[in-house]
Design a protein around this ligand. Structure first.
Ligand code: HEC
Ligand code: HEC
Length: 448
């Protein structure tokens, strides 16, 4: 498997205009930045052309801007809501990093959201939006409008034991809908924390062919069987291979950013001209222009998400030993260490040898992680292999270590122990390692 991938990369190398492999530290190829501070996820690509730096900086401003209710004196930043989740992108993607679930039962979701739908498929092949809520619960509203409701989370502990006798405990979430304007009967739902947004330009530059080849290789090797998600692309209005979101439910960053603006903050734009609510909920509120986010601003926001750098890996002898165990335990079958990007709209992320530790494919992760809500081709048990680059710096940036799509795991080891379904063999391999070996494998993850 690994050999085959290495061979594939070599062949690619022979045919492209030779990207340079600068070694394992360079997680994001030439975009890589060497920093471990709280700003580790927030730097521009280190190879960014100087003349585009102002675009990046303006994009950063848009990403961190708190949108306000229309009409406002600063008309380019108004149009919030009428219903929304947060007033800014960075409200959820704090420091370009990831969100977390509420700390206590009853607390509101401040950096995660709940996608909803009803059984059936929409015209574009996606989940069927609820006639009132649309496709996510907006738990906040501007003055005079009514929030759709809230979702509360509660945890119960589920103890377990390693074969060597070491004990552990996992927390199992259950969700409760509260103050729902139209109830919650028959709702399919999927709670998701905001993932980190750095390195996304590189993932966007991984060609569909590369993703499909990874899926074919896995089918041949027969250890895991990742499949691509095919989704609706709002830019081309065609079917495309998905890359972003916890179920690879979006194919590119223009769609992702524009969709987030409309869905999460209530800021309409040319790709998503309607507020996120079903036809039954449409009301007349003053808007911040039609659309509220101009194409010029949207382009800057997208440029920003395309050019955020990946922080470098901190290679140590222990982490290299741990990486061997990561491979021998089967983790690398899904968390693919090395991929070569193709030509993309942004030169800085094109033709790069990167170490994202993902295949961007969907895998059945078992009943425990299932949300039982289909998302385009993804079924209720399938999730996209989460990229692991930068994960060792999460604590530095976001001051927490909550992992997995709904933030239920309290650290790296719990995230591994939740792996089931197609990944069960690999979790068992991890559990059967000696205690010191498990620690080395975790050291590897912390070095990313
Ligand atoms: C309410 C919290 C919230 C807000 C506000 C928010 N996001 Fe997100 N973001 C998410 C969640 C949750 C996901 C994962 C979505 C999914 O799986 O469907 C996500 C995914 C993304 C991704 C893809 C990351 C990946 O690894 O797949 C990008 C890029 C992104 N958001 C950009 C933005 C931009 C730009 C804005 C502001 C216009 C924004 N987000 C506002 C919660 C939020
Ligand atoms: C069959 C494919 C597969 C295998 C094998 C696999 N993983 Fe994963 N991994 C995933 C998927 C899919 C997710 C996202 C699951 C979710 O969020 O519910 C994930 C998530 C993670 C996360 C959390 C990432 C985050 O951003 O929250 C870590 C850490 C991780 N895996 C490490 C490992 C390690 C270590 C191994 C080997 C012991 C391993 N994985 C084996 C598919 C796999």
């Amino acid at each position: 498997m690994i050999e085959r991938l290495a061979l594939a990369s070599l062949l690619l190398l022979a045919f492209c205009d030779r990207p340079s492999d600068r070694g394992p530290e360079y997680s994001g190829g030439d975009t890589t930045v060497f920093t471990t501070t709280r700003e580790a996820y927030s730097s521009p690509a280190s190879n960014l052309a100087t003349e585009t730096l102002p675009d990046f900086t303006f994009g950063h401003r848009l990403f961190t801007t708190s949108w306000v209710t229309a009409p406002a004196s600063l008309t380019s930043f108004d149009g919030l809501g009428p219903i929304f989740n947060r007033v800014s992108c960075s409200g959820c993607h704090l420091k370009d990093g990831r969100g977390q679930p509420p700390e206590h039962y009853g607390d509101s979701m401040d950096s995660m959201l709940v996608r909803v739908s009803i059984p059936g498929q929409a015209e574009n092949g996606g989940p069927m939006p609820h006639p009132f809520y649309g496709d996510q619960i907006n738990d906040r509203a501007i003055l005079g409008a009514v929030a759709e409701g809230r979702v509360l989370v509660r945890y119960t502990e589920k103890p377990g034991k390693f074969p060597d006798g070491t004990k552990y405990s996992l927390r199992v979430p259950t969700y409760e809908f509260k103050d729902m304007v139209k109830g919650s009967k028959g709702l399919l739902f999927s709670p998701r924390v905001a993932p980190a947004v750095f390195g996304n330009g590189l993932l966007e530059a991984i060609s569909e062919e590369t993703i499909l080849a990874l899926s074919r290789d896995q089918a041949k090797a027969g250890v895991v069987r990742g499949v691509p998600n095919y989704v609706f692309d709002a830019v081309t209005r065609k079917k495309a291979v998905g890359r972003f979101g916890w179920k690879a439910n979006v194919s590119n960053l223009a769609h992702q950013s524009a969709g987030a603006a409309a869905g999460d903050t209530g800021i309409t734009n040319s790709l998503f001209p309607k507020e996120n609510m079903g036809p039954e909920q449409q009301q007349n509120f003053p808007d911040g222009g039609k659309p509220e986010l101009s194409d010029a601003f949207l382009a800057k926001l997208v440029f920003y998400t395309r050019t955020l750098a990946v922080p470098a890996r901190r290679v140590t002898p222990e982490s290299l030993a741990g990486e061997k165990l990561f491979a021998s335990s089967g983790c690398a079958a899904c968390h693919v260490p090395t991929i070569v990007t193709s030509k993309s709209a942004v030169a800085e992320v094109s033709n790069q040898i990167i170490h994202p530790y993902t295949d961007l494919l969907l895998h059945d992760m078992g009943e425990g992680l299932a949300d039982n809500r289909p998302d385009f081709q993804a079924n209720g048990r399938q999730w996209r292999t989460a990229p692991l680059w930068g994960i060792g710096l999460l604590k530095n940036v976001n001051r927490h270590e909550f992992l997995l799509h709904d933030g239920r795991a309290r650290g790296l080891q719990e995230a591994i122990l939740w792996h089931d379904g197609e990944a069960a063999f690999s979790r068992n391999n991890y559990m059967n390692l000696k205690r010191e070996e498990r620690e080395l494998l975790l050291q590897f993850l912390r070095s990313l």
